[in-house]
Design a protein around this ligand. Structure first.
Ligand code: HXC
Length: 258
């Protein structure tokens, strides 16, 4: 498949996807979401890739779902066309870590897309918000659900009800992003984090992603029980033997992803 709205490249063991509709500040239309889903699945299935980075432009990660696309939608267009569900949820099926590198605007669906990634590294220029209320609608891809889990009910209500934007510093203070870096360091730092992850045991990386995500879907007791089962299962892997042996032998581990 050749892509028109995203750029795809690999950097060693890291797959990099860049949203690329610059004239519309990477507004997310069906073509882009189809292409993004396809590229994510390709990287997920590629044994040579250990981590994926999703980024946008300097000015915008993504300024939201494409308003021109939605403007004349009827209820039936959205309902029968399965809007959002049909191509925004692919990212949730990806088993390898996906890091969002956010510079500039991450608004509406752009903020929701960043939140569907496993963690967010932000440039000092990043601005996050859910301004749908100004358009007479509400967040439609998890913003009302993921934002309170990420930054508290109070801040989520503030952002969704006033449509104000949150800068990178506030986003880091609130726990939405894991790190804030200088704009010129955004890709360097994100790719370094991705490369670090890509050198770990891939099945263990995937287990950690799965187990942390379980925390959002279940009770503490169930989640801890799930973690314990996954922890036990690592003792069936060659990579656990290698990791602990390498520590005791004071050398770097050579993981074989088995
Ligand atoms: C379609 C968009 C767009 C969007 C920007 N553009 N955001 N087109 N959908 N979400 C287009 C503009 O129309 C314009 O096109 C070009 O990108 C540059 O934008 P400007 O507004 O001229 O840039 P600037 O003045 O710098 O303002 C940047 C901005 C503003 C603050 C980000 O563009 C903005 O407010 N955008 C909308 C943000 C938003 O409301 N997002 C939520 C969407 S709803 P032309 O052709 O005029 O140059 C949503 C719901 C998700 O996401 C539900 C789940 C799917």
């Amino acid at each position: 498949m050749s892509y028109e709205t995203i750029l795809v490249e690999t950097k060693d063991k890291v797959g990099v996807i860049t949203l690329n509709r610059p004239k519309a500040l990477n507004a997310l239309n069906d073509q882009l979401m189809d292409e993004l889903g396809h590229a994510l699945q390709q990287f997920d299935q590629d044994d040579a890739i250990g981590c994926i980075v999703l980024t946008g432009s300097e000015k915008a990660f993504a300024a939201g779902a494409d308003i021109a696309l939605m403007a004349n939608y009827t209820y039936m267009d959205a309902f029968k066309g399965n809007y959002v569900t049909k191509n925004w949820e692919h990212i949730r099926q990806i088993r390898k870590p996906v890091i969002a590198a956010v510079s500039g605007y991450a608004l509406g669906g752009g903020c929701e897309l960043a939140m569907m990634c496993d963690f967010i590294i932000a440039s000092e220029t990043a601005k996050f918000g859910q301004p749908e209320i100004k358009l007479g609608t509400i967040p439609g891809c998890g913003g009302t659900q993921r934002l309170p889990r990420a930054i508290s009910k109070s801040k989520a209500m503030d952002l969704c009800l006033t449509a104000r934007m949150m800068d990178a510093q506030e986003a880091e203070r609130s726990g939405l992003v894991s790190r804030v870096v200088a704009p010129e360091k955004l890709m360097e730092e994100t790719l370094a984090a991705a490369a670090t992850i890509a050198c770990m045991s891939l099945p263990v990386v995937m287990m950690i992603k799965d187990t942390v995500n379980r925390a959002y879907e279940t009770t503490l007791s169930e989640g801890v029980q799930y973690e314990r089962r996954m922890f036990y299962s690592t003792f069936a892997s060659d990579d656990q033997k290698e990791g602990m042996k390498a520590f005791l032998e004071k050398r770097p581990p050579q993981f074989k992803n088995s």
